[in-house]
Design a protein around this ligand. Structure first.
Ligand SMILES: C[S@@+](CC[C@H](N)C(=O)[O-])C[C@H]1O[C@@H](n2cnc3c(N)ncnc32)[C@H](O)[C@@H]1O
Length: 223
């Protein structure tokens, strides 16, 4: 899987990233759902890092961003010249111990090996204040098993089930909240009937089907 491959890939697609990922039905849908959740969960946190910020999709919700792709970061810098942006790997955050109120990392872990993810979790633990918030997402293994998903190379190849996530967080973080996104593939429906299925999706993801969602977003608290 190799993080150099991930970096090279994002450098090569940076110019087209916003358009190809978020200007379609799926992208628009998940962007809206994720933004709503991040806003709610970040609340009034001030010193917030967007780890793997890419082209800055959520940088308006953070005070600083970091990414190891210089091309993705260059675009983020054009959009948000006032933000502090670090060209850095997630396992090496240029911040003091116990200094940040919150860190979020969207659509990053799915690309990385278990050991790279563990390094990032340990690093986030180092830089967060005690009680600080860590939000991240990952594809759900249960869903993937159900739909017999086959990974195509490293891209989005990594998924987790609940025991694996608990092992990853171990004694460092406790899960405060979780949300499943897309139990029902609403994004495939025409816009004008989505509102009928959205309550069903919300309900299913709250009554035992959460881990059958396409992916899960967690809000964790540093112990
Ligand atoms: C799918 S993009 C997501 C960008 C942004 N978070 C979003 O949701 O639009 C993944 C980003 O994570 C960055 N990334 C992946 N692994 C990383 C790592 N180990 N350290 C820093 N950045 C990483 C990539 O360069 C890329 O910009």
């Amino acid at each position: 899987m190799g993080s150099e491959k991930v970096k090279a890939y994002y450098n090569s697609i940076a110019a087209d990233y916003d358009h190809s990922r978020f200007e379609n039905s799926y992208g628009t849908f998940i962007d809206k759902a994720e933004r709503k959740l991040l806003k709610r969960w970040l609340k009034s946190n001030k010193n917030v890092l967007d780890l793997g910020c890419g082209t800055g999709r959520f940088l308006d919700l953070a005070s600083q961003g970091s990414d190891f792709s210089d091309e993705m970061l260059r675009i983020a810098g054009k959009k948000y010249p006032e933000k502090l942006l670090h060209h850095a790997a997630g396992s090496s955050i240029p911040a003091e111990n116990d200094s940040l109120d919150a860190v979020f990392s969207m659509h990053v872990f799915m690309h990385l090996s278990q050991s790279d993810i563990q390094d990032i979790v340990n690093e986030v633990y180092r830089v967060l204040k005690p009680g600080g918030t860590f939000i991240f997402d990952f594809p759900s293994s249960k869903r993937r098993n159900l739909v017999k998903y086959k990974a195509n190379g490293w891209h989005a190849a990594t998924s987790f089930d609940k025991p694996a996530v608990l092992k990853l967080l171990a004694s460092k973080f406790e899960i405060e909240k979780s949300r499943g996104i897309l139990v029902v593939p609403i994004h495939r429906l025409p816009n004008f009937i989505r509102f009928i299925f959205q309550p069903a999706d919300w309900l299913l993801s709250h009554v035992g089907f959460k881990w059958y969602s396409s992916y899960i977003i967690l809000k964790c608290r540093k112990k």
